[in-house]
Every structure is written in structure tokens, then in C-alpha cells.
Design a protein around this ligand. Sequence first.
Ligand code: NAP
Length: 272
Amino acid sequence: MLQNETVTIIGAGNIGRALIGGLITGHEFEPAQLRATRRTESALPPLQQDFPGISTTSDNPAAVQGATIVVLAVKPYNATGVIEEIREHVHPQTLVISVLAGVTAQALEEAFGQEIPVVRAMPNTPAIVDEGASAITGGRFATTKHLGLARHIFETVGTVEVVPEHMMDAITGLSGSGPAYVYMFIESLTDAGVKQGLPRSTAFRLASQTVYGAAKLVRDTGKHPAILRDEVTTPGGTAIAAVAELEAHGIRTMLINAVATATRRSEELSKQ
Ligand SMILES: NC(=O)c1ccc[n+]([C@@H]2O[C@H](COP(=O)([O-])OP(=O)(O)OC[C@H]3O[C@@H](n4cnc5c(N)ncnc54)[C@H](OP(=O)(O)O)[C@@H]3O)[C@@H](O)[C@H]2O)c1
């Protein structure tokens, strides 16, 4: 599907590098079809070393010339400057994919000043290990083909949901920011093990593998988490004693409120 595409990643940081890695290891895409940019010149040789065969440059206008897909993967506060730099050089039929948190498709269309196809995506950092959870949504000028191309790109680094744009703030609060909550959970579980006398390294390995394994079991079996939880809670046993403690401290309300706060923050940022 991507054989005829030339993809430019503007801003090869965490997310940009994850996409480059996913596209290359996906095997249907030659490194020569990929261009990546960074502002810092000294960051370009290491990028070439990590992804042999791709082109790298700090010259954004040159990098987008002739590209069929341009991925905006800089921080949102760098986006205005980057778009000003490249908009004259982007062909109106080029698909622009943006991972910029809190920047609407309409704002991007206006910033480019042309009827350009835009797909907005909200990935997350587990994309770095090809286990990302991404949501994508099309702008006014994006066709089914454009959404298909974007889906294909993000599927190289994990799963993809196609959603209406009004869901993007909630998705930012849930899966975009979600890894932070899970890291806190792993860290706390590790401390809990240390409190019970386990060596920290042992507790850390057990805590992270437990989260990974439980997530994989939910995903691979498709079973409701409550059923899987019931399967590990022996009557009068250890797990149910801990579950009661978590319920007493309102773990569900805590997470519901955390995601609501992150969603509100995403809405606020979209309006700035
Ligand atoms: N991280 C997440 O969990 C996450 C999740 C969903 C969406 N996002 C979105 O993804 C985007 C990137 O996030 P990230 O975590 O990957 O950030 P990051 O690691 O800081 O990467 C951003 C990259 O952009 C480069 N850059 C900045 N200005 C540039 C310019 N003018 N020209 C070319 N490159 C430039 C930076 O390179 P230099 O250092 O050389 O300047 C840096 O490597 C953000 O918009 C964020 O909202 C992130």
C-alpha cells in the first residue's frame, strides 16, 4: 500500500522515530522512501546510523518537496513555525498527518492555507516498541484512501481506531496520556513489593511483567476484565483482600477523574 509513497517525518523524536522504525520493519517500505528531519544538525548522523538508508536533514522545506505524505511530529509549540516554513513547498495533494496533541484538523487546514488532506492522529509512546494504541480522524479534505494510508502507517506500530474528531480530547486523556498512569502503577507495585521485603530489582521485574501479562491476557482473550479478575480471586483468599482495599480507596473514581482532568486539559490546549 505504501510502495509508491515518499514519507517525510518532520521532527524525529519519540513518536517520529517510532514511526520510522515501524515503517522500516514493516518490510513493505524501503528506507529510501523515508526522509526525517530534526532541528539539531548533530542529531542527524545518529538517526542515519539507527535507520540506514533514510535521508535526514534539518532543511524542512527541502524535505517535504516531492513527498506524498508529511508527518508533523514536532511538539505543538514548534508547529506554527514549521508549517510556515513548509506550506509553500507542500503539494495540495500531499497527505498531512499530524500527531500534534490539541491541534484540530481545521486549525491545520487553515495554517496550511489550502484545501489539503489532513489526518489527525493520537498515538502513544508504546509505539516505540510497536505496541502503540493510536486513534486517527480525518479532516474535511481527507478521503477514505487518506485514512487508509494513515491507518496503515500507525498499524506498523500497534493498533488503530478510526474515530470522529470530537473524541480526540478524551482519547488524549485515555490512551495518549495513559502510559503515564500505568508507569505510576508499576512504580507503586514495585514499592509495595519492596515494602514486603523483596529486592527492588526482583519487585520491578515482577511488577512490570504482571502488568504486561495481564494486559496481554485481556487483549488476546477479549474477556471482560471483571471475569479475569474473578478468576484470580479465590473466596477468602489474598487477591480479594487486596481488591477490597483498592475499592475502599476509590481506585475506579480516581482513574475516572484523572482521565476527565486530562481530557479537560486537552480541550483547553485545543482552544489556545
Ligand atoms: N510523547 C507522547 O506520549 C505523545 C503522545 C501522543 C502525541 N504526541 C505528540 O507527538 C508530538 C511529538 O512528541 P514527542 O514526544 O515525540 O516529542 P519529542 O521527542 O520532543 O520530538 C519532537 C522532535 O521534534 C524536533 N523538532 C523540533 N522543532 C523542529 C523543527 N523546526 N524542525 C525539525 N524538527 C524539529 C525535535 O528535534 P530537535 O531536538 O533537534 O529540535 C524533536 O526531536 C507532539 O506534538 C505531541 O503532542 C506525543
